[in-house]
Ligand binder design. Structure first.
Ligand code: SF4
Length: 221
């Protein structure tokens, strides 16, 4: 690996550095080119006492889901907006853009090509935000565990708040998953997005390791 040069005029957080990927290999991370923001993102500051409790209650009862199906499991999402399952009665609704959404359902296997889009979409979502891994493929790769172009551990690339197991999980399982996510948020345990920000180098190293054409544009978070 080529040597990492130090720039004495750069703030330390912008310096190129080497970090360890899950398989133990060393990856070079260049924050100014690899991150999509002009400024390094800040974690959400959790408030004290009843204020945060109230906010968590409000967040849990208003889940806005990004309408972005990544794998075959996404076919189980449309029934939720029919009268039979009617997810609106639980305060869950679909939105068309990441800027309007706070829940991202990764609905099954994620190809490397789609992962790139998923990262871009996730980072545009406002915090606090939550990720649900839908189906076995997000947990361990499922039936695509040894596929050459899909990831098999979603949580190595994006922070996952809740998993819904199955292949493919039925709409009832999705509703139960929303219920579990709501419980987590109300208990103040829905801050995985902070882990993403706090461990950005680790996530970026993992993402860069498999996304070979890393030509991402800059985004403000
Ligand atoms: S878990 Fe099953 S249904 Fe879901 S994406 Fe994987 S193969 Fe498809």
């Amino acid at each position: 690996m080529e040597e990492v040069k130090k720039d004495k005029f750069l703030k330390p957080e912008y310096e190129v550095r080497e970090v360890e990927a899950p398989d133990g290999s060393i990856i070079k991370v260049d924050p100014l080119n690899d991150y999509y923001s002009q400024e390094k993102p800040e974690p959400y500051k959790v408030k004290e006492g009843p204020v945060e409790k109230f906010l968590n209650w409000a967040r849990a009862e208003s889940l806005w889901v990004l309408g972005f199906g990544t794998g075959c499991g996404s076919i189980e999402i449309p029934p939720l907006v029919t009268p039979r399952f009617d997810m609106y009665r639980f305060g869950v609704q679909m939105r068309a853009t990441p800027r309007q959404s706070n829940v991202f359902i990764i609905s099954g296997y994620l190809s490397v090509k789609t992962l790139k889009r998923a990262i871009r979409a996730y980072e545009q979502m406002p915090s606090p935000k939550y990720v649900i891994g839908l189906g076995s493929c997000t947990i361990n790769g499922g039936m695509y565990y040894d596929s050459y172009n899909t990831i098999n551990r979603l949580d190595h690339y994006l922070p996952v708040d809740a998993y819904i197991a199955g292949c493919m999980p039925r709409p009832e399982a999705l509703l139960a998953g929303f219920g579990e996510l709501k419980k987590l948020i109300k208990e103040g345990k829905g801050h995985k997005a902070n882990e993403y920000v706090e461990n950005l180098d680790w996530y970026k190293a993992n993402q860069r390791k498999i996304i070979k054409d890393w030509n991402m544009p800059d985004y403000n978070w």
